[in-house]
Design a protein around this ligand. Structure first.
Ligand code: FAD
Length: 305
């Protein structure tokens, strides 16, 4: 019930405007979001890098409904990438990008061109881009754009969602030499026709996908906070004889930070997903919907503790 209420709130423009204008809600968001702008993102990135963690930055923007918005998102990423070296964040930091924010739902070719410009800026900065996975209606288009981008920028990362029934096949396709693949459970509500619905079926699919990626030739990026799946990933990395720089763990900023530190202290690469930007409200509420227990922690943030 709380989850449904929170997801409805996440999609509300009116609540978003109200929340963004209230200074106390920024306090609440701080645990999960770096801040409004590039400066805040770089500051958070530096703190994490000093703790031995890698970073992937994501700019949180409003849904892209015009070509002008897509250009603004492209330019935001180029500006951020242009600052990474100077901030001492190369090679620790890369960026995560939603193709829909670059205009994929308006014009796929335009989104590809913008993504190519972002990848060129990343290559210039000495780092990489990972293309986020969105809902299943965009999966084919995203993987096609990935293939094109990799011709010039082979380090471009893919994201595959274990809850989609197609994903085992996509893992097989993408487990090739040098291929960076983030495996996550999947954050979007999907119909039964395309996606597993129960946690058990999603977890089982995650393990099957993990086996394919860990036994393949690519670079698996294991994005989960789930202790059972993390333990299985550690086991598979040992079983398939992967050195600690041949895979990585990824978690969200502010989520299971002690586990992030434990894995990093054990010699693992741990990359923290650091979102920033003025559109943090929807992101924050989606995190709360995933784990309503966090409402209490954010509530403490609301009153400044
Ligand atoms: P969950 O099923 O949420 O949790 C499983 C278990 O993990 C819980 O039972 C608990 O034991 C533990 N746990 C989880 N959260 C906490 C917490 N806050 N405190 C303590 N224990 C906790 N999704 C997409 O669809 N597309 C993407 O591109 C994408 N990129 C991502 C990038 C990163 C780096 C990460 C970490 C996630 C990404 N996701 C993405 C989101 C992902 O699909 C899941 O929705 C999200 O990570 C929650 O799933 P989970 O595997 O962490 O486990």
């Amino acid at each position: 019930m709380l989850r449904h209420l929170l997801l409805a709130a996440a999609g509300s423009d009116r609540l978003g405007r109200l929340a963004a204008s209230a200074p106390f809600s920024k306090n609440a968001a701080r645990r999960f979001v770096a801040g409004d702008d590039v400066e805040a993102a770089l500051r958070t990135g530096r703190i994490l890098a000093d703790d031995g963690l890698a970073v992937t930055f994501e700019h949180l923007s409003a849904e892209t409904r015009s070509a002008e918005q897509a250009v603004a998102v492209r330019d935001e990423y180029r500006a951020l990438l242009g600052r990474l070296k100077g901030a001492g964040l190369v090679p620790a930091a890369e960026v995560s990008v939603k193709l829909s924010a670059l205009g994929q739902r308006l014009d796929e070719k335009l989104a590809y061109e913008h993504a190519l410009a972002v990848c060129a800026a990343a290559t210039e900065a000495g780092t990489t881009v990972t293309l986020d996975a969105e809902d299943h209606t965009l999966t084919d288009s995203t993987l096609e754009i990935l293939t094109e981008l990799r011709k010039d920028h082979p380090g471009t990362g893919a994201v595959l969602q274990a809850h989609l029934r197609r994903t085992e096949g996509d893992c097989r396709e993408l487990a090739t030499a040098g291929s960076r693949v983030r495996l996550c459970k999947g954050a979007y509500a999907e119909p039964e026709s395309v996606a597993f619905q129960s946690s058990l079926d999603i977890d089982k699919s995650f393990v099957r996908c993990l086996n394919i990626l860990m036994s393949g030739e690519g670079y698996p990026m294991v994005a989960t906070h789930d202790p059972r799946l993390i333990a299985i990933a550690e086991d598979r990395a040992r079983w398939f004889d992967r050195a600690s720089d041949e895979y990585e763990f990824q978690m969200l900023h502010g989520v299971r930070t002690e586990e992030q530190a434990r894995l990093a202290a054990g010699g693992n690469v741990v990359r923290v997903y650091v979102p920033y930007g003025e559109q943090w409200y929807g992101y924050l509420v989606r995190r709360l919907a995933e784990r309503p227990g966090n409402v209490a922690a954010v509530g403490r943030g609301l009153v400044g503790r």
